[in-house]
Design a protein around this ligand. Sequence first.
Ligand SMILES: C[S@@+](CC[C@H](N)C(=O)[O-])C[C@H]1O[C@@H](n2cnc3c(N)ncnc32)[C@H](O)[C@@H]1O
Length: 289
Amino acid sequence: MGALAKALREATRRLAEAEVPSPRHDAEALAAHVLGTDRASVALAAARGDDVDPGARFDELVDERARRVPLQHLVGTAPFRDLVLDVGPGVFVPRPETEVVAQPAVDEAAAVVTAGRRPVVVDLCTGSGALALAVATEVPESEVHAVELSEQAHAWAARNVARWAPGVDLRLGDAAGSFPELDGSVDVVVSNPPYVPPQSEPVDPEVRDHDPEVALYGGGPDGLAVPRLVVAAAARLLRPEGLLVVEHADVQQRALLATLTSSGGWRDEAGHTDLTGRGRYVTARRAAS
Ligand SMILES: C[S@@+](CC[C@H](N)C(=O)[O-])C[C@H]1O[C@@H](n2cnc3c(N)ncnc32)[C@H](O)[C@@H]1O
């Protein structure tokens, strides 16, 4: 067995002992990070028996991962659809389930282009910029605006905007009063706001100890205070027939749909699932008045 395979085997053992959910994957990803290559090449080199020692830095990173520091913080990036976003302390790590939430926003922006107009898209609670940048890069004709409350998260978003789509209008502030100059003119409002209810502390140490509280807890008894604020902002921003897309936890779908129905001015309210079949986001169109 070559040095790389031995190092990976030992790292996988340490991570499994620390109950890291995918120990072999993470060991390979950390080795790839240290060696400046990708995970598939590391797996291949290990299988070939290459005598590559990933060194002391690899051991340090494995120790940190065993202390349940998120893998994405250790490698400094997180994948999101076609993007690789810079992340670290102070910003929510974008999740695979949110990739599904981006799709209706991308599709709606593309449909507006097909109809011969320039889509105006707003991402409320942008975090690392994930949803805004997905739309901006996948439908480059779009005019994209994004807002984030936390200064630290905003700084990460600014890095990602500079790298992937410098034309995105990124602002620091509260989604509640955001972009008053766009009132009634927006084609798509997309949002993955904080929505964890107060009594549901996340179990995974990576989330509980490393995602910022402002990114997790939605406020109010059901965690839906910020999502409801997002719905109210979208009601103000969207043009008639404009589309709202909001992520939520699986248990919150009925309550969020009820918010849309009771607040009035919406049509085609619908709940959707993610790839695991759990309720994940709602969509609705702003009714023509
Ligand atoms: C669950 S994270 C999602 C981040 C990003 N949209 C994503 O999908 O990766 C929620 C984000 O909303 C931000 N936030 C919380 N309250 C906000 C508010 N009132 N206005 C704007 N942003 C807010 C948090 O700081 C955090 O970055």
